[in-house]
Ligand binder design. Structure first.
Ligand SMILES: Nc1ncnc2c1ncn2[C@@H]1O[C@H](COP(=O)(O)OP(=O)(O)O)[C@@H](O)[C@H]1O
Ligand SMILES: [Mg+2]
Length: 236
């Protein structure tokens, strides 16, 4: 017999309440309107929606790259809407890992050096950094490319490096904005499987933005949809 497990505050990693973002300017844009949702530890959510619907806006708030206009956003007990810059820096380097569609690797550095970067910010010694970065590259199947620069790697390989870099500090929340958007479908499937396995193994939560319904269903246990700044969730 299975017993339904009640969600406790301990299980909740992300809690957003009436989160809104208005971009100022000549014509103000209501990019996110009163979004409320909860993401539990270990949960994998996909965020679907048309271009311009507000997906990146929500992701940027969760990534601590932008501040909401109103509402509350708490991740792992930290109120992002009211934190100071030191708390936000610790949050970005310790709590979350971010993967972008365009990989965002440093071009003149090798794969190993790119993966090592977050460990420099967290103040680790060189030998230990290199060992950990090598292990992270191995985990994404790229040991043989450790000394290659991004231009010497395929798109799928570059995304693996970006994933190793995002995961090296063992984040509690993985955020990704169209991580397979620049990849062919076979490579996209490999990347999806890699992310999913990692999250299961480490009980990592993830919110992944995609416009690919198939990817969302393969990756996620929850499907959130954004339309004109309004967030809704598919019935389970
Ligand atoms: N920095 C900005 N300044 C003004 N408007 C913006 C800015 N960023 C995004 N927007 C607008 O906010 C809306 C949502 O954008 P975005 O979150 O990037 O959508 P998506 O990621 O779903 O394509 C769009 O109408 C977009 O033009
Ligand atoms: Mg976007």
């Amino acid at each position: 017999m299975t017993t339904a497990k009640a969600t406790t505050m301990n299980d909740v990693l992300v809690h957003a309440e009436k989160l809104a973002k208005v971009y100022g300017g000549r014509i103000p844009v209501n990019a996110l309107c009163d979004a409320s949702f909860t993401l539990c530890r270990g949960e994998l959510a996909a965020l679907l929606g048309k271009s311009g619907s507000g997906k990146s806006t929500l992701l940027n708030l969760l990534a601590g790259l932008d501040q909401p206009s109103s509402g509350t956003l708490v991740v792992d007990g930290l109120s992002l809407h009211s934190s100071n810059s030191a708390q936000m820096a610790a949050y970005r380097s310790g709590t979350i890992g971010v993967v972008f569609q365009s990989y965002n690797l440093i071009p003149h550095q090798t794969a190993l050096q790119n993966v090592e970067l977050p460990l420099i910010f967290s103040g680790q010694a060189r030998g230990q950094r290199q060992e950990q970065a090598a292990a992270a590259l191995d985990a994404v199947g790229l040991s043989a490319r450790a000394n290659h620069r991004p231009t010497e790697l395929s798109g799928g390989e570059q995304q693996r490096v970006a994933i190793a870099r995002a995961l090296i500090n063992r984040p509690k929340l993985l955020l990704a904005d169209e991580p397979t958007g620049n990849l062919d479908s076979a490579t996209a499937d490999e990347i999806t499987a890699l992310l999913k396995n990692y999250c299961h193994e480490h009980q990592t939560s993830a919110l992944i933005v995609t416009h690919d319904e198939g990817f969302a269903r393969r990756f996620a246990t929850r499907i959130l949809r954004m339309s004109d700044g309004c967030l809704q969730e598919d019935a389970a």
